[in-house]
Design a protein around this ligand. Structure first.
Ligand code: AP5
Ligand code: MG
Length: 216
């Protein structure tokens, strides 16, 4: 099953991707997580990406296309994959089509999680992330049991630099300008399914599974 999880920042792509990994046993490919891991490890790629990410700008397409090409040809993608946060521009989507054509793994469905701006801002500004395992919490409606400590691995939880007010506003406008056109792009191919992302996490997951049942 080859899936794209699509939607604006804060729509719940990462949250739902983790549930899908557990349920279907196929990997989550989050370009945001890959980039953040590179920033943490201080790689050349991470150093180049950090300035864009902190401001809420997109990292240049050629960098992302290289990352995704390498990742999709890894062994664990044989049975399928969940793309989370890629593609984000038309050139990225065009490059993806070429890569998937080469490895004969067409996209089955693009799940578009729809959430209004006010709710996105509310979610992102409260988000906390575990520095060790990447688990996602929310200060208001999903806090870790012990303040500042991850429930799963006891790592330290923190706020992403790009989850601060200014960067969040910029990420939303970047999404509208550069990423939202992909909704029409995939609708035209007949593989877009739009879901209400404002429901609670379990209900959204149930709706996703109902769509995926025909691809499993
Ligand atoms: P990335 O890490 O992909 O960030 P994003 O798209 O901005 O999305 P988020 O991770 O903020 O949101 P999400 O949809 O995963 O929501 P989540 O599940 O965490 O990218 C970061 C940066 O990297 C980019 O700005 C860019 O610089 C760079 N980058 C990455 N990919 C790139 C690419 N392809 N090209 C160029 N640059 C790229 O949920 C958010 C919060 O809401 C959490 O607190 C969660 O607990 C809560 N929540 C989730 N679902 C629900 C629900 N149903 N009800 C209530 N709360 C919920
Ligand atoms: Mg995410």
């Amino acid at each position: 099953m080859n899936i794209i999880l699509f939607g604006p920042p804060g729509a719940g792509k990462g949250t739902q991707a983790k549930k899908l990994v557990d349920f279907y046993g196929i990997p989550q490919i989050s370009t945001g997580d890959i980039l953040r891991a590179n920033v943490r490890e201080g790689t050349e790629l991470g150093l180049a990406a950090k300035a864009y990410m902190d401001k809420g700008e997109l990292v240049p397409d050629d960098v992302l296309i290289g990352i995704i090409k390498n990742r999709l040809t890894e062994q664990d993608c044989i049975k399928g994959f969940i793309l989370d946060g890629y593609p984000r521009t038309v050139p990225q989507a065009d490059a993806l089509a070429v890569i998937l054509d080469e490895i004969e793994k067409p996209i089955d469905v693009v799940l578009n999680l729809e959430v209004p701006d006010e709710e996105l801002i509310r979610r992102i500004s409260g988000r906390l992330i575990c520095s060790k395992c990447g688990a996602s919490y929310n200060r208001t409606f999903n806090p870790p049991k012990k303040e500042g400590i991850c429930d799963i691995c006891e790592g330290e939880v923190f706020q992403r630099a790009d989850d601060k007010e200014d960067a969040v506003q910029n990420r939303l406008s970047v999404y509208k300008k550069q990423t939202q056109p992909l909704i029409a792009y995939y609708a035209k191919q007949g593989i877009l399914v739009t879901l209400d992302g404002t429901k609670d996490m379990e209900k959204v997951f149930k709706d996703i599974k109902a769509v995926l049942v025909k691809f499993a």
